[in-house]
Structures are given as C-alpha cells and as structure tokens.
Design a binder for this molecule. Structure first.
Ligand code: MEV
Length: 422
C-alpha cells in the first residue's frame, strides 16, 4: 500500500465501481469506507445534531486528483466540487511536475490569532504596555481553558498589541497567539479570548467588546513550489504566456479576484472534502492576498535556466484534522485516509500544492486555447444526459455536439433521436 503511485493511467475511463475498487486497493480502504463514499447509508443522526432544523443533505461529487507528489510522497487527493474540469485540470498539471520532484512545501506552524477589542481607554499605549507586563498571567489564564491542547504541546504562546484608529476613535486590540496543533483552532481560541477578557479589562481599565478569532491566519502560512516542465506545458511560448497571465493578476484586482478564485477551486474542494470550514479558508486567503494594501495574486511564477516554469503559492491555511466536523464526518475521515494524513500540516501542504497546480492549469489554458474547450467536453456530456441520453449514448451525443461546435439542448435532443433511429 505504501509503495503506490498516484500516476494511475486511464483512471477516468474506469466505471464508478471500478474506480472505487482501484482506490480501495491502492489506499487499503475497507468495504465500509467504500459504502461511506457511495453514501449508501448517510449519517442522518449526525447531520441532525450538526446543525439546526436539518431537513436534508446537499450532495457534491468527490473527484480524485491523481499524479501528485507532495514533499516526496505520492498522494491521491479527494476533491468535493460541483464544477467540471477542476479535478482533471489539477491532475494534468501535477503530471507536469513529476519529473522535477513534484511539490515542495513549508509552513509557519499551526498558529492562530484571537482578537480582543479594548475600548474607552484614555491612554491606549500605556494600556498596551500594561498588557505586555502581565503577559504571563494572561497566557496562563488562557491555557487553563484547554489543558489537553497544552499537554500535547500547544496553547497560548504569545500576546501582541495594536492600537488602531477607527470610526469610534482609537482602540487597543490584543492578539492572543495560540498554537492550535492539529485542530483548526476556532473553538480553543474563542474560548481563551472570552476567558481572558475580564482580566484584560482589569489590567487596562478599559471595556472589552469583541473576543473572536481572526481568519487572517497570517501565522499559519503554507508555501508550496513546483517546477512545471516546459515541454509538457507546450514550449517557451506557453510558458511566457503563463507569465504574462500571472503578471496581469498581480497588476489588476479585477483579474486577481478570478485568478485567486481558480486557486480556491482546488483549495475549497479539499477543504469541503475534509469537512473543514471553507468560509474561514476563503476569508483567510483573500484577506492575505490584500495584506500589502492592494489585492494581488496568491501565486508567483518564474522561469528557470532550462526554461521551465517555477510556481510558488503562499497563503494561510487554518485546516484541522481533529475537533470540529472533520473528526466526526465519516466521509471526511475516509478522505483523510485516502490522502494518508496524520497531521494537519500534511493536509495543508497538500491543499496548497493542489491550489498551485489548479492555478497553473487555469493560466495554461487561458494563455493558449482558452478554458471553454476543456469545459465543453464535460458540459456536453451533462447536456446529453439532460436530453435523456443513457449509457454510451451520452458520449456519442456529446462527441457529435463537440464536433459540430453546437453544445445545446435542442441539438442534443435531435442527435439523440438520430442515434436511436440508426
Ligand atoms: C473558473 O472556475 C476558474 C478560472 O476562471 C480561473 C482563472 O481565470 O484563472 C478559469
């Protein structure tokens, strides 16, 4: 099982059942794991406890991204996403990094920030100084809230203060810096921030209003890089076209929004597949992209001496594998097993890598043939199925529509009738 390759040729040509068998063999899944993936027996009781007024389940397909090597390890990656082409595009670009070792990552640790807003201060700088003088007392009170986190080496580790000028005047913002280890950290950080608030009022003489985690998790940053092979990309022109496409995103927030959205196609898909908080991840990514005062790209590209494209991504990823929904959601558990994840930082490394591959895929398509050609294939199959095509009729109707350049419902119905008559 350990000696497997994520380069599974022809995986997309297998039937649904064959794909499940393949992944079962490769990743040592149980029959129960397979039933979980197929959602034959959805955990209704769990969902009913998870949110209020539960009335159903929203199903999103899980696609398996292939070809990835992350930090020297072959990895298969489940992505939960409703958009066609996303999984294929990421897998395709991952293939182009394999000869160059795949994706290499680093991270700044699992450090989260809790914010405590202190108001009504005549001397906010002096109040900040008092907070620093009482740092150990504040950290101890914070850590008393989560002895388990502390036991495993995490917990509140530092205090930062900022004075910000706001619409209601100066305010002191105290940052409680917390190592969340393998958890996303929202519960631990919010509990700690609420617990230390009265002490902070006592120390400063001010009034605490908000006590809440910041999703701009800029102390939980992950970086991933990869060399995309020039020849496989399509040569020097394509590489240069991708650099120009990226430069556009760096220089223009209208383009950067779409560029980063493409990155989040991958990042949110894995975040959803592992039942992590994708809104938190999205908020963190976009606020990080604007951290210099303008909204820019989350990726950078360069060309190496051999003409290959070298990509790097950098963003905060507050992802957990314990606590929260990822721990109790059975499908999330199977998806973590497929990826072979044991630490939250391994998950973050994979997520950043797929984000980079996704972005490179979009840039390559946009800088050459455009994205519609790739999209059309799957779209045509969907239109064919909606027109009533069954089994191999779907591919036949889709192929004809693509050949004619007319992917439309009316044409799908006509082609289907013709096929059935002949
Ligand atoms: C579509 O979901 C994502 C793209 O628009 C990303 C991009 O433009 O870079 C293709």
């Amino acid at each position: 099982m350990e000696n497997f390759t994520s380069r599974i040729k022809g995986f997309h040509n297998l039937s649904f059942e064959e794909k499940l068998q393949k992944i079962k063999e490769l990743r040592g899944l149980s029959e129960e794991d397979i039933e979980t993936l197929k959602a034959t027996n959805p955990p209704y009781e769990l969902f009913d406890r998870m949110i209020e007024n539960n009335i159903g389940i929203m199903q999103i397909p899980i696609g398996l991204a292939t070809n990835f090597i992350v930090d020297g390890k072959e990895v298969l990656i489940p992505m939960a996403v409703e958009e066609s082409s996303v999984v294929a595009a990421a897998s395709n670009l991952a293939r182009m990094t394999r000869e160059h070792g795949g994706f290499m990552t680093s991270n700044t640790g699992s450090i989260m920030i809790g914010q405590i807003q202190v108001l009504d201060l005549d001397t906010p700088y002096f109040a900040a100084q008092k907070i620093h003088m009482e740092k150990e007392k504040i950290l101890k009170l914070a850590n008393d809230q989560d002895p388990i986190l502390v036991k495993f080496g995490g917990g509140a580790v530092d205090i930062e203060t900022r004075i910000i000028d706001s619409a209601v005047g100066d305010m002191l913002i105290v940052h409680l810096v917390v190592n969340a280890l393998d958890a996303m950290g929202a519960n631990a950080v919010n509990t700690m921030a609420e617990a230390v608030a009265p002490l902070i009022e006592e120390i400063t003489g001010g009034k605490v209003r908000l006590r809440i985690l910041s999703n701009l998790a800029d102390k939980r940053v992950v970086r991933a890089s990869a060399v995309f092979d020039k020849e496989l990309l399509g040569g020097d022109d394509v590489v240069w076209g991708m650099i120009e496409a990226w430069a556009f995103a760096e220089a223009d927030p209208y383009r950067a929004a779409t560029h980063n959205k493409g990155i989040m196609n991958a990042i949110s898909a894995i975040t959803v597949a592992t039942a992590n908080d994708w809104r938190a991840i999205e908020a963190g990514a976009h606020s990080y992209a604007a951290r210099h005062g303008y909204y820019g790209s989350l990726t950078k590209y360069e060309i190496d001496d051999d003409g290959n494209l070298v990509g790097t991504i950098e963003l905060p990823l507050a992802l957990g594998i314990i606590g929260g929904a990822s721990r109790i959601h059975p499908t999330a558990q199977v998806n973590l097993k497929i990826m072979g994840i044991e630490k939250a930082q391994e998950l973050a490394a994979i997520v950043a890598s797929v984000g980079l591959a996704q972005n490179a895929a979009a840039l390559r398509a946009l800088a050459s043939e455009g994205i519609q050609k790739g999209h059309m294939k799957l779209h045509a199959r969907n239109v064919a199925a909606q027109a009533g095509a069954k089994g191999d009729e779907v591919d036949k109707v889709a192929a004809r529509m693509i050949e004619e350049g007319k992917v439309r419902m009316d044409r799908a119905i006509e082609v289907l009738e013709e096929i059935r008559k002949s």
